[in-house]
Design a protein around this ligand. Structure first.
Ligand SMILES: [Zn+2]
Length: 127
């Protein structure tokens, strides 16, 4: 028997949350998904060194993917709240903490939990 460790569970959850947000933004192309995989590999090493950080992994993977996308493709995720002005991306808060959210610093609002961008952008709102 080799039960899945809490660390692996945290990594699985982080991967699923960030992928859900990529799907919501319709940017979940194969090469983008590989950016998520790269981040998960790096963060697996990181939480093996510091298991207490398991709750922080979702926010960190989201930021890793955001940074990688900015280098290759551009800003993600674009703010769905501000209707006018320059397009801008959302930021993860807390940068290092549990229960990460996407926030718009321009409007000063929490837009959605990481993993729930789909509901914030008017897609598949739950009934
Ligand atoms: Zn905004």
């Amino acid at each position: 028997m080799d039960p899945i460790s809490p660390l692996e569970q945290a990594l699985h959850a982080a991967r699923a949350l960030v992928l859900a947000d990529l799907v919501a933004g319709e940017v979940a192309e194969a090469d983008v998904v590989s950016l998520v995989e790269d981040s998960v590999v790096q963060r697996r090493w990181w939480i093996e060194q510091w298991p207490e950080g398991a709750d922080y992994v979702a926010g960190l993977v989201a930021q890793d993917v955001q940074d990688a996308l900015l280098e290759r493709y551009g800003r993600w995720p674009l703010c769905p709240v501000c209707g006018s002005g320059d397009p801008h991306s959302l930021d993860v808060e807390p940068e290092l903490g549990p229960d990460p959210h996407w926030v718009c610093h321009k409007a000063g609002v929490k837009v959605a939990a990481v993993g729930s961008l789909g509901t914030a952008t008017g897609g598949m709102a739950s009934s």
